[in-house]
Design a protein around this ligand. Structure first.
Ligand code: HC1
Ligand code: SF4
Length: 569
């Protein structure tokens, strides 16, 4: 260990720690911008500068390792002035659009400027005039707002191993862009949105569909149906000042009623349906009819990653469409028939923790109802913004329930929202369907947790089924490479592009993007599952009815037509 003194207090930390970590150990907070707990150190923004008491030198605390006997002042006037100066320099060429910026109120630069008492900007610099990239359906990049902290570059490289973004040019012209400056929608970007989540300012945001949804809600001829993804209930409360992991399902349904949606349903319903289709597909594959391992395909970021980087595994992706897409197809077929509504007049909205779902809805094959199945996707953040715009006092709302029919769900559907949840839900059903026995233990803790790659052996009717769960695309790539090299072998693999699964999605609240926040959201979903009296997808009464009244049985020809798809290189 190393002993040092910070602001007159002694502290002992592990060798190799940074001054920033040592300060945090003492409860001393320093502002940071380029620093991010989950990423490598960078040290470009220098807003965390502190002073060495002995030499008077300034140092960026996030990249300076501690040394024995070091004496640091974090709050000397020299250190405070330096930090303020660095922020002023960042602001000197930053567009003055704070009032209308997507990140107004959540911008880290805005907060730091306020905290450091930056009241005027003494330097007037040239402003930049880079083109804005908003060609695609998911993400919008405004390099003029970029402060070159490199968090997006690092998350895309280190966590996702996509490397879609990098620095280019030098000095004033320096910027973050894609290869050949192509629009992000035309490259290998998976639309996962992790770059947007870690961006401290408004340089990368989602493409908003809020106005399309308002238009539909205000059009009396449209019947507007909304589905809410499982992860939302554990995170949207954060947008209204609640603790991560506060479950707000009932309040959210009430808020959506107040916004004017005609029916409020849950994606958990079709998560249960996905299990029925995907589980039966797995059983078929195990019986030798198709390729193993079977990979889950409900995450559109992962599907696109596979299409770009591992096309040889496309036949291994489950052909079952994602719950979002199954839901929308059924809303414009089954639901339309049951309620006697012309599907032409139905407008389907989904509230998703994800930016890639905006891409998924636009894929041309996603029109099995005879219309574009999903009309609009709102991220968690966009849904919260609409609730705020209506002046709804979210925390004061009473609870309401999802509407019947496509709102019925089980605990298995709920845990889809966290890494490992799809696997656990699938195993609960596969076990009971195969063995005709009741599962002795419903909590399959082997596949839970936040380790990047987890695997387990499950006994299914005498067969040893090898399963694995990965989250984060670098982990997925590592696993695929090992499978390819013949080092490991699996029967069924769950892949989610975002660290933590959907609870860590690219459309989630910015409040905090660290793994401990995600673990709290995940735990909340597990508790919600536990509190449900029905915890297995095949026991969802509305799913049983859907098969009886409409689809026949899993993998029937109607199921194939409406609920399955194929993938292209
Ligand atoms: Fe997900 Fe899914 S779990 S992909 O993570 O399979 O987005 O929450 O809605 O479609 O159900 C997301 C979450 C979500 C789908 C389901
Ligand atoms: Fe990289 Fe994901 Fe951002 Fe695309 S959306 S640039 S893959 S982090």
């Amino acid at each position: 260990t190393v002993r040092l003194t910070i602001d007159g207090q002694e502290v002992e930390v592990e060798k190799g720690s940074t001054v920033l970590e040592a300060a945090r150990e003492l409860g001393i907070e320093l502002p940071t911008l380029c620093y991010h707990e989950e990423l490598t150190l960078f040290g470009s923004c220098r807003v965390c500068e502190v002073e060495d008491e002995e030499t008077g030198n300034l140092m960026a605390s996030c990249v300076t390792p501690v040394t024995e006997g070091m004496k640091i002042r974090t709050n000397s006037s020299k250190a405070r002035r330096a930090r303020r100066m660095n922020v002023e320099l960042l602001l000197a060429n930053h567009p003055n659009e704070c009032l209308t910026c997507d990140r107004n109120g959540t911008c880290e630069l805005q907060q730091i400027a306020y905290d450091l008492g930056v009241h005027d900007i003494r330097f007037e610099g040239d402003t930049r005039d880079h083109p804005i990239d908003n060609d695609g359906p998911c993400l919008e990049r405004d390099p003029n707002k970029c402060i070159l902290c490199g968090r997006c570059v690092r998350v895309c490289n280190e966590i996702q191993e996509v490397a879609a973004l990098d620095f280019t040019e030098r000095g004033f012209n320096s910027t973050v862009t894609t290869a050949f400056d192509l629009p992000q929608s035309e490259i290998n970007c998976t639309n996962c949105g992790q770059c947007a989540v870690v961006c401290p300012v408004g340089a990368i945001t989602e493409v908003s569909e809020i106005s399309d949804v308002w238009d539909a809600l205000e059009d009396e001829d449209q019947h507007v149906v909304v589905q809410v993804a499982p992860a939302i209930q554990a995170s949207i409360g954060e947008e209204f000042g609640m603790e991560p992991g506060t479950i707000v399902t009932g309040k959210l349904v009430t808020a959506l009623q107040e916004l004017g949606f005609d029916k409020i349903f849950s994606t958990e319903f079709t998560a249960d349906l996905t299990i029925m289709e995907e589980g039966n597909e797995l059983l078929k594959r195990i019986k030798g009819q198709k390729k193993l391992p079977q990979f889950t395909s409900c995450c559109p970021g992962w599907v696109k990653f596979c299409e770009h980087n591992y096309p040889e595994y496309l036949d291994n992706l489950s052909t079952a469409k994602s719950p979002q897409q199954m839901f929308s197809t059924l809303a414009k077929t089954y639901y339309a028939e049951q309620e006697d509504i012309d599907p032409e007049d139905i407008f389907t909205v989904s509230v998703m923790p994800c930016t890639a779902k905006k891409f998924e809805k636009n894929r041309e094959e996603m029109a099995d109802s005879g219309h574009q199945d999903t009309d609009a996707v709102l991220t968690t953040r966009e849904a919260a913004r609409m609730i705020k715009e209506m002046g709804i006092q979210f925390h004061k709302l009473t609870d309401s329930k999802y509407d019947k029919m496509m709102g019925a769900h089980t605990g298995a559907g709920t845990i889809f929202g966290t890494t490992g949840g799809v696997m656990e839900a699938a195993l609960r059903t596969a076990y009971e369907v195969l063995t005709d026995d009741e599962l002795p233990r419903l909590d399959l803790t082997e596949v839970r947790g936040m380790d990047g790659i987890r695997d387990a052996n499950v006994q299914l009717n005498g067969d040893n089924v090898k399963v694995a769960v990965v989250h984060g695309l670098k982990n997925a790539a590592d696993l695929l490479d090992k499978i390819e090299a013949g080092e490991i072998e699996y029967d069924f693999v769950e892949v989610m592009a975002c660290p933590g699964g959907c609870i860590g999605g690219g459309g989630q609240p910015f409040a905090s993007t660290t793994m401990d926040v995600k673990a709290k959201r995940a735990e909340a979903l597990y508790q919600t599952d536990k509190a449900n009296t029905i915890r297995k997808s095949h026991e969802n009464p509305q799913i049983i009815k859907l098969y009886e009244d409409y689809l026949g049985e899993p993998l029937s020809s109607d199921s194939h037509h409406l609920l399955h798809t194929s993938y292209q290189e």
